[in-house]
Design a protein around this ligand. Structure first.
Ligand code: F6P
Length: 550
């Protein structure tokens, strides 16, 4: 049992509950802005190139002060410093949590178990850079001597979502003569669709798996190897060495699979899967954008790491965003959090954040193993605007749920768009600004009536507003800005886990399904008995076997 006081019994927690009961009932964003013309400016924080406006939140100065007191009482910065010092704050796996070391400059010193890990980080980055340049220049060829034109990353979870998201985000910076594709699903359709128009002689597979035991990845990689060998006339195992590289912490398993460990790019157990795309797991991205751009991205991460490490609490952006999440989740009953990027290039951003946030903070016991008596991580969801506006925004505007949302946009479109397409950008951003305004301030029934709307329709056309949003603006979606954004969210998730006193760095919740799938599979494939199935699942398995085509 933990000897720290139960979170909900802390005076700082009950002070927030009282504050909510006393102040929140009547709190209207319209009134808050009317009373304080400087609110937008006061509640905007800048970090790096990110301008973060959190003025459209259901908060006052007192709310922020009370939340800061909760952060102090729960020693968020103490845990932050322990993380940065390489202490094993992932308590259930007894591991350090040092994704920040992945973007530390060459001359930094970060120790794990008394050993400085920065030289090893940079040695791998250099090896990745060398390999990337060889692929990009055509010096690294396939088995038949043909130039590599297609890169296929095979991985899942953190070994897929990060590089896939970042590749999409930074498309405008990629080498367009190369195609980079991502396979994750164990559904054979995924690999089939990715490979169907590719020439094996021109295809490089990157097998990305921290553990190198993940069944989906190993299964897809095995099928990809068969496809390659079948497609190369004079194939043989030597071809594998020219067409397969591995990204992993597990050299033994990489060798067992048949990949030469000289072609392995290493990372370490102190890098969590969902925090890993700036490690070797980013190799596909580095091939696509080149080492210089990749380093710009790392610098962007590092800039926000330094801000999180050094900025005072009142202006510490990840702390503020984390506290707002705690406010809505633990005190205002929000079950979910929408992330709505107004950038087509960020189409995979929310899916990436789902793993980052939900795998980190989807926990129901505290760090000592006691059941928590408070809400933990939210459901994270969302898709790029403006598409969402014509789908689910109705519920955001007029539904009954509390859903804080992040609106993310860029002042400038990417350079390579034609002038005509660049011209569309103002319309895109007008939508972002309009949504933030409509959500916050709505439209009162008096305003609706004044427009001549018949009385019976007034309730339907009234928007109560008061829906909270954070707006994150940057000049352009560059590699550095992407790094800044991701680090911002990483540390926000950290802050929330620290306050909720949960281990944000393990993921035991994904294990049970894996174990059961292994038990069920033989029953589907060979008709073997699957012991221990409940009646519902047993009936489903029987139906599957009856309907399965022979
Ligand atoms: O099952 C969840 C998980 O362990 C994630 O945390 C991880 O990102 C993913 O699987 C892939 O794991 P690996 O990189 O070891 O294949």
């Amino acid at each position: 049992m933990s000897d720290t006081p139960e979170l909900t019994h802390r005076p700082e927690w009950t002070a927030l509950e009282d504050h909510r009961a006393e102040e929140l009932r009547h709190l209207q964003l319209r009134d808050l802005f009317a009373a304080d013309p400087g609110r937008a400016e006061r509640y905007t924080v800048s970090v790096g190139e990110l301008r973060i406006d959190y003025s459209k939140h259901l908060i006052t100065d007192e709310t922020l002060a009370l939340l800061q007191e909760l952060a102090t009482a729960t020693d968020v910065f103490g845990l932050r410093d322990a993380m940065l010092r390489g202490e094993k704050i992932n308590v259930t796996e007894q591991r350090a949590v040092l994704h920040t070391a992945l973007r530390a400059p060459r001359d930094a010193v970060v120790e794990v178990d008394g050993e400085d890990v920065v030289p090893a980080v940079h040695a791998v980055l250099d090896k990745m850079a060398d390999f990337s340049e060889r692929v990009r220049s055509g010096e690294w060829t396939g088995h038949t001597g043909k130039r590599i034109r297609n890169v296929v990353n095979i991985g899942i979870g953190g070994s897929d979502l990060g590089p896939a998201m970042a590749y999409e985000a930074l498309r405008a910076f990629t080498e367009r003569s190369l195609t980079v594709r991502f396979v994750s699903n164990v559904d054979g359709a995924d690999l089939h669709e990715v490979l169907r128009d590719l020439d094996p002689a021109e295809t490089l597979f990157i097998v990305a798996s921290k553990t190198f035991t993940t069944i989906e990845t190993i299964t897809n990689a095995t099928s990809a190897r068969s496809w390659l060998l079948a497609g190369l006339d004079d194939g043989g195992e030597k071809a594998v060495a020219k067409h397969f590289v591995a990204l992993s912490t597990n050299a033994e398993k990489v060798a067992d699979f048949g990949i030469d460990t000289a072609n392995m790019f290493e990372f370490w157990d102190w890098v969590g899967g969902r925090y890993s795309y700036d490690s070797a797991i980013g190799l596909s991205l580095m091939i696509a954008i080149g080492p210089d751009r990749f380093h710009e991205m790392l610098d962007g991460f590092h800039l926000v790491d330094e801000h999180f490490r050094t900025a005072p609490a009142a202006g510490n952006a990840p702390l503020l965003l984390g506290l707002l999440g705690v406010w809505y989740g633990s005190f205002l009953g929000a079950q979910s959090h929408a992330v709505l990027p107004y950038s087509h290039y960020l189409s995979k951003f929310t899916a990436y954040l789902q793993q980052l946030d939900m795998e980190s903070n989807g926990k129901s016991v505290d760090r000592a193993g006691n059941p928590v008596q408070w809400q933990t991580g939210p459901v994270v969801w969302g898709t790029p605007g403006t598409n969402g506006q014509h789908a689910y925004y109705q519920l955001l505007h007029q539904g009954t749920k509390v859903i804080p949302a992040d609106l993310i946009g860029f002042v400038n479109p990417v350079d390579e768009l034609s002038p005509e397409l660049k011209g569309q950008h103002d319309l895109l951003m007008a939508n972002l600004f309009a949504q933030g305004q409509a959500l916050a301030f709505g439209r009162t029934s008096d305003e609706v009536r004044a427009e001549g709307v018949p009385q019976e329709q007034v309730p339907h056309r009234t928007f109560r507003g008061n829906h909270p949003t954070t707006t994150i603006l940057a000049s352009e979606l560059t590699p550095s800005v992407l790094g800044q954004l991701i680090a911002l969210y990483e540390h926000k998730v950290f802050v929330q886990g620290a306050i909720w006193n949960i281990d944000s760095f393990d993921q035991w919740g994904v294990e049970l399904g894996k174990v059961l799938a292994k038990r069920v599979e033989p029953a589907l494939t060979d008709g073997a008995d699957a012991p221990g199935l409940d009646p519902s699942t047993a009936a489903l398995v029987a139906a599957y076997r009856t309907l399965r085509k022979k």
